[in-house]
Ligand binder design. Structure first.
Ligand SMILES: *Cc1c(COP(=O)(O)O)cnc(C)c1O
Length: 455
């Protein structure tokens, strides 16, 4: 499979470039030059595959120049062997709605599904390349935990995770900071999540630094994450046995919902993808009326969606502009100057596949309360936004992606229903275990020095 950058499609890359580098040198995101489209007949042959077999089938469409189908299959088996559900994900009901539970991995959020696979993909790559790689990632809580669990203890890999000091839930922090493996480094930055992200971006663009330490990234723009996430759209579609389905997706960086768009491009009969946002509603304003102007980030009870500029939206811009990288690069420039309004014809195209809604803090808490009282189920605040958005749009029988286990966000559930969920027994040990992290100033030089002293 060949890939190009969304900002310059005259140069081609292979899966190895795409996976290891994450971001193209021109600042664009990687996209494949072609996408396999399954016919209804072909789809019906995939219907009875188990989760691991289906993952192998879908991911192999994009990675066969990098890893053979057999090796991929065993790598996937290994990646999901630690999940608490044998079939990796689980489908449950809240009234007419279906919940696609994606939080049964080691760190209780959907990000484990892609990250466990990616950790093993690095290991596979390093078994064939004599190198040491340093992964550096900024997190508002869930990405860091999932990445640490996936990378810990792997040889020739270090992971440095930057989180905003005192601004993530203590459960989120403890899952990251109680890990004992010596290749894991937690850094708490005196600043917010944007500061963390900016530091990582700055280190990536300092080529002397990033090349000298073989820096690599695992954030949500990595194509390997997207293709891994497309799998559960197929899986849940097959399990529901309907002709066509819609999905409601709690959204931050537009990664998870873009995976649904990819599944639709691959032929999966999806009607609408509901983009559900919290009060950081730029994607809702964009999709409902074309307004893609960012505002200050607000801190909410669904912190993993507290994002203004959604990186993966660039991929959608590329596709709705008929894969024209010049137009995409121009639009990205406008976005940089915070002056982009989506053109009418493009907005029409977006609205064929997407619809959006937003839930504020009060609405999110009310949903948690209502679903607890009516259905005796405790939703985490991110999932509650997805459920709330589907409700506001009267999509009463869609599939809502349930992105985190409610025990990870006790403040929200205590506030809504005066109750918090217990951690699964596999994770209870983190509560009393000693934490290990370094607090550093919001200063790139200081953080580079720290990293250099550890590699
Ligand atoms: C990361 C995350 C999201 C948002 O996913 P994106 O791919 O960034 O849109 C939603 N819910 C939870 C629990 C998350 O961790």
């Amino acid at each position: 499979m060949r890939y190009v950058s969304t900002r310059n499609n005259s140069k081609e890359y292979n899966f190895e470039d795409v996976f290891i580098k994450g971001l193209a040198d021109d600042g664009g995101l990687y996209v494949p030059t072609s996408i396999k489209k399954y016919s209804i007949e072909e789809l019906s042959k995939l219907k009875n595959l188990n989760y691991n077999e289906l993952s192998t089938e879908i991911i192999n469409q994009f990675s066969s120049d990098f890893i053979s189908r057999d090796e991929l299959s065993s790598l996937i088996k290994k990646s999901y062997s630690t999940f608490r559900e044998k079939e990796v994900v689980k489908i449950s009901s809240v009234g007419e709605l279906k919940l696609l539970e994606l939080f049964h991995g080691p760190t209780l959020a959907f990000k484990d599904i892609a990250m466990q696979f990616i950790g093993n993909l690095y290991e596979y790559y390093l078994s064939k390349n004599d190198k040491k790689i340093n992964i550096i990632v900024a997190t508002s809580g869930d990405t860091g935990a999932a990445a640490i669990d996936a990378i810990k203890g792997k040889s020739n890999l270090n992971i440095f995770v930057l989180h905003p000091n005192n601004r993530i839930s203590s459960v989120q922090r403890k899952i990251m900071t109680t890990v004992e493996e010596t290749n894991v480094f937690n850094i708490a930055i005196d600043g917010n999540f944007d500061d963390c992200q900016n530091i990582v971006k700055e280190m990536f663009s300092d080529l002397d630094f990033s090349k000298s330490i073989n820096m690599s990234g695992v954030n949500s723009i990595n194509w390997a994450r997207i293709i891994t996430q497309a799998v559960y759209y197929f899986y849940s579609y097959f399990k529901l046995e309907k002709d066509i389905v819609s999905f409601s997706v709690p959204t931050g960086n537009f990664g998870d919902v873009f995976a649904g768009y990819l599944a639709k491009k691959m032929g999966l009969p999806i009607d609408k993808l509901i983009v559900a946002t919290n009060e950081n509603d730029i994607l809702h304003r964009a999709i409902s009326k074309g307004d893609y102007v960012s505002k200050e980030v607000k801190e909410t009870i669904s912190p993993s969606m507290d994002i203004q500029l959604a990186s993966n939206f660039e991929r959608l811009i590329y596709y709705i502009n008929n894969s024209d990288s010049e137009i995409t690069a121009n639009i990205m420039n406008k976005i940089k100057q915070n002056s982009y309004h989506i053109e009418k014809n493009n907005l029409d195209k977006i609205q064929k596949d997407f619809i959006s809604e937003t839930c504020n803090e009060r609405e999110t808490l009310e949903i948690i309360k209502k679903k607890y009282e009516e259905n005796n189920i405790v939703l985490d605040p991110h999932t509650a936004v997805g459920v709330g958005a589907a409700g506001k749009l009267f999509f009463n029988d869609c599939i809502v992606l349930s992105t985190a286990h409610p025990c990870k966000f006790p403040d929200a559930t205590i506030n809504a229903i005066n109750k918090h969920e217990k951690l699964p027994k596999e994770l209870q040990h983190v509560i009393d275990k000693e934490e290990n992290f370094k607090v550093l100033n919001n200063n790139v030089k200081e953080i580079k020095n720290f990293i250099e002293s550890k590699v």
